[in-house]
Design a binder for this molecule. Structure first.
Ligand code: ZN
Length: 123
């Protein structure tokens, strides 16, 4: 009897961000590793059936910790940059809303002045 879950069981290659692939080549160029792994690239790929490193190099715990510290700084920086962009976008949006509100008020003032002029003219 053959296994019925061939497709899922063939996804045995795991890259350093934890994504599974059915071939080493695809795993070694995983796009998610760039964002989600502390390395910023696919550091290693393991065969989950044998726990063998089939591509790249398995880092030591020290290497991982050092890289993790670097990655946290990088991510914090990216987060700060993102936040700054959000703030700028918000300020731009708020200024735009304010300008619109002012335009409405000015239009209303013009209308009132006009009305006043008419009323004064009638008096
Ligand atoms: Zn990955």
């Amino acid at each position: 009897m053959t296994t019925s879950s061939f497709d899922s069981s063939s996804y045995i290659f795991e890259c350093c961000c934890g994504e599974r692939f059915n071939n080493v080549r695809a795993a070694s160029v995983c796009k998610k590793c760039r964002n989600y792994s502390v390395w910023g690239y696919t550091k290693y790929v393991i065969n989950t059936e044998t726990d063998e490193v089939v591509d790249g190099e398995m880092p030591t715990d020290e290497e991982y910790k050092a890289q993790e510290a670097l990655a946290e700084k990088r991510w914090a920086h990216e987060q700060a940059t993102w936040q700054q962009e959000q703030d700028e976008e918000y300020r731009y949006w708020a200024a735009e809303q304010e300008a619109k509100a002012e335009a409405v008020i000015e239009a209303e003032e013009d209308r009132l002045f006009e009305l006043q002029d008419k009323m004064l003219g009638l008096m």
